[in-house]
Design a protein around this ligand. Sequence first.
Ligand code: PLP
Length: 454
Amino acid sequence: MTKPQSWEARADEYSLYGFTDLPSVASRGAVVLTHGEGPYVVDVNGRRYLDANSGLWNMVAGFDHKGLAEAAKAQYDRFPGYHAFFGRLSDQTVMLSEKLVEVSPFERGKVFYTNSGSEANDTMVKMLWFLHASEGNPQRRKILTRWNAYHGVTVVSASMTGKPYNEVFGLPLPGFIHLTCPHFWRYGEAGETEEQFTARLVRELEDTIRREGPDTIAGFFAEPVQGAGGVIPPSKGYFQAVLPILRKYGIPMIADEVITGFGRTGNTWGCQTYGFMPDAIISSKNLTAGLFPMGAVILGGDLADRVQAAVEKIEEFPHGFTASGHPVGCAIALKAIDVVMNEGLADNVKRLAPRLEEGLRAIMERSEHIGELRGVGFMWALEAVRDKATRTPFDGSLSVSERIANACTDLGLICRPLGQSIVLCPPFVLTEAQMDEIFDKLERALRKVFAEVA
Ligand code: PLP
């Protein structure tokens, strides 16, 4: 058998693609990349693309940040790998935990490391199950999340995820309960105000807790802004209303800040942007500015004390990954936090977020087929609709958002189709000129596709 020759054919031959629309790849070919320059990535044919998705929300410092690469190289030279079992761990791991608690909204806390956001959510669920059992409540195992949530792909985090595609795996597992997604524009009922919508969702939460039995619920997980659900900020007052209900029934609230953490929403944490205090935070992605696979569970003081007491009872927390707290990952994360918070990246998001919103709003207003613009900071979505007045979506078979994303790619712009939305979450290093390039290419792509399908 002769081996395939082109990069695209070799990619097809040997890859089992994940989260990839096969007909699109079959007709267009995979995009095989060699390197990056700031917010741009470059393919094997020398084509440059402005990656308005920061890779997968994570490459916030762009694709060629020298300081981050140097921090990685220095740590590889100094101490290239270790674990965090048996009370042995690297100095970088200790320093990062200290730093994460310092930059967290918690006054005190403890940190546990994983290799990904999915594993961090799994770890948090195991911690809750372990904690409740240790405190004499082994029946507290049910997990509350919301439809459209994305918490990952492992068996537990996929069960937490509120997406129909997990049915092909026979998921969710029993005991994972999904509540209404707080997207007022889409799920608000005729005549309902946004405040009434929020109140309805909070009633649903309390009814669900009562129906299931408050002492059967282990925890409630929520992204401050649903990311892979299509950038859905909470409806007005949502978290302020949800928190007291959870407190009333002693249910820990976990903020999944895998996307929203470290500046994406304009503040260090999404929970700060939306004014609520969770019991723990799940972090990943931006934590290492995408340069190392790493996730972290950051427990706030009270939960940390309770988990610590449970661990002390049996003298060991029987959980951990070989690469938990990897010294190179921790050195990169320390540098990434410094770069984002002290070298102007977070400030750039704050400064340019209103300009990004304004430009996208102008595009929406000029388009007959963009029904909603939603987002915050440097995470936005434009929702395509056939009819703006009635908010009627395009026929799914038209794959409108995929067509828009493909038209953008043809123009040298990467953005992501999610449902009928187009998502933009650019790297924090974006300049005004690069933002204008996004506006220009996106609008040209929208015009082309809407002329074809409308
Ligand atoms: N949680 C959220 C909010 C995410 O957006 C993601 C990934 O996109 C995850 C968890 C899972 O992270 P990972 O892909 O690193 O497992």
